[in-house]
Each structure stands twice: as C-alpha cells, then as structure tokens.
Design a protein. Structure first.
Ligand code: PLP
Length: 440
C-alpha cells in the first residue's frame, strides 16, 4: 500500500462508491496522466479509457489546445459574474454556438456547472413556465424507470433508480416513473406512459423527461418510432418534453444531439459532460423559442435561480475550443462510423459466444449483455457476479469499462472517446472477447 492510498483512505470521500470497500482496499487505481484514449496510473500502467471516464471525454485526454484556451481566458478574465445585468464574451459566444448546433427552435441557453444542476434547472424552468401562464397546478414531472438524471434534489427525484432515493432520505412530491423501453416495443412503452399521465391527471403534469438513450440504466436504446410517439403524446396532453442529453449530447451517438437520431425536437435539452469533454465543469439547459418567448413576455421580476458559476468564462472558453475540435475534426460523423464498426464486432461476439445476449450501439454508446442462455435471455445467478468479473478481466488487460447489474441483468457498457480509431476498436473487441471467455 503506497502513501497515496493511505492518504486517500484517510481524507478522500469518493462519489458514488463504497466507503467500506475503500477503507478495506484503498483506491484500485490512482491515475496520473492521459493521452488520447489512454490513461496512465501512478505505476505507469496504461488503460484504454473505453468509458471516456464518465461518458464525457469526447475528444480524448491531454489535448493541449484546451489547456491553452483555459490559460488564455484565465489570463484575460478568469471569472466574472453573469448575474443580473452583467455578461461576458465567452458566455455570449458559447450560448450562440450551442444554439447553432442544437435542433431547430432551441436557441436560448441557461448555464450550469454540470448535469445534475442542469436537470434541476430544467425542472424549475418547467415550473416557472407554467406558473407565469397561470397554470401552477401543472407541477408533476414524469420520468422513466431506470433513468439517471443526477443527484441534486429534483434530479434525484427524477432518477428512476431507487437506490439514489434512499440516499436523499426522501424524494420531492410530484415525481413518478413510467416503464422504460427496455425489452419493450414502442406501442407498449407509449401506452404505459399514457396510462401514467391519465393516472396522474393530465392537467397536473408539467413535463416528461427522458434520456434519448438511457445511459447509467444500461445503455437502453429506444425502439424505432418511440420518440416520435413521445412528441405526439406530449403535444396531445400539452406536456413539455425535456431531453436529458447529458450523455448523448455533442456527438456521442453519431449525431450532434442524441434525439436527432429519431427526428424529434424536444422543448428543452439539458447538457453537460461532452460540451467540455470534461476539461472544465459546465452544463446547461437549452429552451425552445416558444418557451423563451413566454419567459420574455410574462416573466416579471427576478428569475430566482442562478449558480455562481453559471456561464463561467474559463469553462465557456474551454467549451468553445472543445466544440471547435469536435466540428473541425468531424468527430460526430466519425462517432457514427466507428459506432457501426463497434456494433458489428459486438454482433460477431454474439454469434460466437453463447453467453453473449443482446448487443446494441448507437454511435459510440454501446452495451453487451451476458446471459446464461442467449436463446431465452435467462439471467445468470446474481452471486456469480458475471459482469463485475468481466470488468475485472478487462481491467487486467488494461481496459476500463462499466458494469451495470440491474435486477440481475449483467450489462457491460461502452462509451469510448469519439477519437477512437479502427485499430483501437479491434483492440477493444479482442480484449472483450478474451475477458468474456475467461469468465465463461
Ligand atoms: N443526466 C445524465 C443522463 C447523466 O448520465 C448524468 C451523469 O452521469 C447526469 C444527468 C448528472 O450529471 P452530473 O454528474 O454532471 O451532475
């Protein structure tokens, strides 16, 4: 046990982790540097970061351009307020840039420091929107089971993974969850949502929030036509549709925004992660012109919502440079092409290894399920810990992925940096195959 481990155990409470395990074993890896799709730990071991760390390092590690953009902005104006009547150039430029990248009619941005703040902000903006239109009873928010929207007050309540509610002690009243699209077709998923809206009382529902692809729930890709029907259903009941693009934004799914894969335009988009590729904390909420118009006409007095770091100039400068790289290097199309190759490789594994069940990917967001019987989708007993053992075997081979075990279903998730090349995808697939065969 080296001194870093001891100091870590003593002083560092890690996010989303087991404190007991940390005390017993200390951190498994202490990273020191990163370059491209690879990370290096303090012992010099190299890892392929096949999760883009937390689904966020789109342009890869160690990009000097971003360090320069941050340093230049820090030297000029590291921070200044965007509250009240103050503004600054990086914030203005970034709002304009994101509006230009977003689907039609989404042209105004409220900045935050990350995904949880973005979803809490979106939910507050939904309340605000209905309140100023004299519809304060439209306070309820419907999300999906197995969704992940973050860990702030409202985003925890919107999250559809109950373990997160226990930590909050209580959830906010007015949140409920409809069946996810997992192993479902559009018709039954939509009728489940319709039933939920009817049960809640359509006149009391303010918004429906969903990730275009449910990430932390196990990379759940919706069936064809689902989001078109969601749009229709929300319009039918006059409910706002918020797309949580915290994972799917900025090229992850082979389109600039994930929802574009299904030709649907939401009323709000929340984003974070890939907007800066993790080089600085920044997120935000894009709102439609129609909502913005209502705000402009009817929002009297102060909007009592804002973070010290809303639109942070240095984070904004970093985001601008990151988006510039995503565009100039054609990373959105590249993600689409590499995603196809990744999916082809997953399908080959499915054909060759009998414990590989469902496989899926959209752009560079993918998953492989491991099952006892791929014909019947029978799960492995939970105590076998199949997915965690595959992750461990991958780790030994220097690949970082994430295991999701949900209701006993073993899922291995993948979200490599958008700069991954064909050879590196082959390397990933080979090591995945070896790891599955080792555990099988
Ligand atoms: N929404 C989604 C879809 C996410 O995956 C996450 C984080 O993983 C969040 C929101 C929360 O973002 P943050 O961790 O930046 O608060």
């Amino acid at each position: 046990m080296n001194e870093w481990c001891e100091l870590d155990k003593k002083h560092f409470i890690h996010p989303t982790s087991s404190i007991q395990q940390q005390q017993e074993k200390g951190p498994k890896v202490i990273m020191e540097s990163g370059e491209g799709i690879y990370l290096k730990d303090i012992h010099g071991k190299t890892y392929m970061d096949a999760m883009s760390s937390l689904w966020n390092v789109h342009i890869g590690h160690g990009r000097e351009e971003l360090a320069i953009a941050a340093a230049e902005q820090m030297k000029t104006l590291a921070f200044s307020s965007a509250f009240s009547t103050f503004s600054h150039k990086p914030g203005i430029k970034l709002a304009e840039k994101i509006a230009s990248l977003a689907p039609e009619n989404l042209n105004a941005v409220f900045f935050t420091s990350g995904g949880s703040e973005s979803n809490d902000t979106a939910i507050k903006l939904v309340h605000h929107y209905w309140r100023i239109q004299n519809r304060p009873n439209r306070r309820k928010i419907i999300a999906l089971k197995r969704s992940y929207h973050g860990v702030a007050a409202a985003s925890t309540s919107a999250t559809g993974i109950p373990e997160f509610w226990d930590m909050a002690g209580t959830t906010i009243e007015g949140f409920s969850h409809a069946a996810s699209t997992y192993r479902s077709n559009t018709e039954s998923a939509i009728s489940a949502l319709r039933e939920k809206i009817e049960a809640e009382g359509p006149e009391t529902v303010g918004a429906f929030i969903a990730e275009p692809v449910q990430g932390a729930g196990g990379v759940l890709i919706p069936p064809e036509g689902y989001f078109k029907e969601i749009r229709n259903l929300c319009d039918e009941y006059g409910i706002l549709f918020v797309a949580d693009e915290v994972i799917t934004g900025f090229g992850r799914t082979g389109r600039m925004f994930g929802i574009e894969n299904w030709n649907t335009v939401p009323d709000m988009i929340t984003f974070a992660k890939g907007v800066t590729s993790g080089y600085a904390p920044l997120g935000g909420v894009l709102v439609s012109d129609a909502i913005h118009e209502v705000f402009k006409l009817k929002s009297k007095g102060t909007l009592f919502h804002g973070f010290t770091y809303s639109g942070h100039p240095t984070a904004a400068a970093v985001a601008l440079k990151n988006l510039d790289i995503i565009e100039s290097e054609g990373l959105v199309d590249h993600s689409h092409r590499m995603g196809k190759k990744l999916l082809k490789g997953f399908k080959k594994l499915k054909d060759e290894i009998n414990i590989v069940g469902d496989v899926r990917a959209v752009g560079l967001l993918g998953a492989v399920e491991l099952v006892k019987n791929s014909e019947t989708n029978e799960k492995f007993p939970q105590d076998l810990k199949v997915a965690p053992r595959v992750i461990e075997a991958l780790h030994e081979r220097g690949v970082i992925c994430r295991a999701v075990t949900y209701e006993g279903i073993d899922i291995i998730c993948f979200a490599p940096p958008l700069i991954i090349n064909e050879g590196q995808i082959d390397e990933l697939l080979t090591k995945l195959e070896e790891s599955i065969l080792e555990v099988k």
